[in-house]
Design a protein around this ligand. Structure first.
Ligand code: ATP
Ligand code: MG
Length: 416
């Protein structure tokens, strides 16, 4: 894509209230722009990153055999009363349907779903009757709404944010547990592919069960604190912790460390909490009605995007892992526009996604923007490189550049 045609610009001056690194860099780089606290617009560059993350998640969910669907964002209040969460879920966003005729507000109130158990459980109930229909897993990637009291950390805590939520339905605990282990494995894969080291951490199960697991990424900007063992990988959220820093690891007896971390995913046994509320049951082989065991599994793609920036940046800007970068390479011409144009076309033809900086700016300004935007590879075409039929290639993560012959350039970029 030509940068002249890209909607959204890099900026040096941004609102002072953006304190987190992810909000600062993503806003300055032209990836996102705030509507109001905790509510962001994704500009073309930001949308490309978000979609890349969502696609990685989608591939891993499909590999688990889960069915993708799209549930409604609005729910009637009655569904939330069935589960007693209308009164008890503290971050509910409520929407009121205004009556256009009287211009008054009419009585129809809705919930803007912050999670979807209230919608998915009765929905699935319409299609499941016997043990032959189980197990079943459905997921969606959708916008969630939560009236978060603290929305000061950019994409890490939105009032409107992207979530992948997977729900699984089983005939017994043993079947559920097998699936839970497989989802945990898929989560590991997802975060690794997104360039994040996520630690599977024991957490409380809240109202539903004894335990759950969170996937935590260590960074000073994290809101959570975890205790973890560097030796064997054991980890627990401080909120429920049975240990403290400096204690011995319960599995390998090495010393436990503590760190701030961001929760990027959460997997949860729901037992029969929602099946009971909605009468979700199946008939077993003898025709006897049995409650369905459920699990739910969330990841926030927009929070993952924020977490990637928190972990992968330096003082000049973002350093995207290639797997989620909005483009693979940033092409810059220094007074060699004809040659740069040719290279742009040639690389596009072999399927490499290029951001071509064709703006009338000084090389210094272009380099600064390239560092801020943070594509993994920067390519410079100049009179000097043309003379040797090569291109200057610099990785965002390295300080040194190298001259690469044009005939091997595409291969080199694809190999990373
Ligand atoms: P937290 O403890 O951070 O408030 P949560 O435990 O309420 O999150 P879940 O309901 O488990 O979150 O949601 C599943 C996933 O959705 C989380 O692991 C996180 O990645 C993401 N998520 C939750 N709340 C937000 C938010 N306000 N903004 C962005 N992502 C979020
Ligand atoms: Mg959670």
């Amino acid at each position: 894509m030509r940068q002249k045609q890209l909607f959204g610009k890099t900026r040096r001056d941004i609102a002072k209230e953006e304190v987190s690194a992810n909000a600062q860099f993503l806003t300055r780089g032209g990836f996102i722009e705030k509507t109001v606290a905790g509510v962001y617009n994704f500009l073309p560059l930001g949308l490309r990153v978000l979609k890349n993350i969502q696609e990685i998640i989608r591939e891993e969910m499909n590999a688990l055999g889960a069915n993708e669907l799209l549930l409604s964002s609005l729910a009637p209040v009655s569904l939330w009363r069935e589960t007693d969460r209308f009164e008890n879920y503290d971050a509910l966003m409520k929407a009121i349907g205004a009556n256009p005729a009287s211009r008054a507000i009419n009585a129809t109130a809705y919930i803007l779903n912050p999670t979807h158990e209230e919608v998915v459980t009765p929905l699935v109930g319409k299609f499941i009757s016997s043990y032959k229909d189980l197990p079943l897993a459905v997921y969606q990637i959708q916008t969630k709404f939560r009236n978060e009291p603290r929305a000061k950390s950019g994409l890490l805590r939105g009032r409107e944010f992207s979530m992948k939520d997977l729900y699984s339905f089983h005939r017994d605990e043993a079947d559920f547990e097998k699936y839970y282990t497989r989802v945990a494995e898929a989560y590991r894969q997802i975060f690794t592919r997104c360039g994040l080291k996520a630690i599977k951490t024991e957490a409380s199960g809240g109202a539903f069960s004894k335990f759950s697991h969170e996937f935590q990424v260590i960074t000073p900007s994290g809101e959570d604190t975890i205790f973890y063992c560097e030796n064997c990988g054991w980890s627990q959220n401080r909120e429920i912790a049975t240990l403290k820093e400096g204690d011995m690891c319960p599995t390998c007896q090495k010393t436990v460390a503590s760190a701030k971390a961001i929760e990027v995913g959460n997997i949860f046994p729901l037992k029969t909490r929602f099946s009971d509320a909605f009468g979700l049951a199946y008939a077993d082989e003898t025709g006897k009605k049995q409650p369905i065991i459920m699990g739910c599994y969330g990841i926030g793609p927009s929070r993952v995007m924020g977490a990637i920036v928190e972990v992968h940046h330096d003082k000049e800007g973002i350093m995207w892992p290639a797997s989620v970068a909005p483009f693979q390479a940033h092409l810059i011409s220094i007074q060699a526009d004809l040659e740069a144009e040719k290279l742009y076309q040639a690389l596009k033809e072999v399927g490499i996604e290029i951001l071509y900086d064709d703006r009338d700016l000084s090389p210094g300004q272009k380099f600064a923007d390239a560092d801020l935007i943070g594509l993994p590879v920067r390519l410079i075409v100049s009179a000097k490189t043309c003379a040797t039929d090569s291109v200057e290639l610099k990785l965002r993560s390295k300080s040194k550049s190298e001259l690469v012959k044009r005939n091997v350039l595409a291969r080199k970029i694809k190999e990373g």
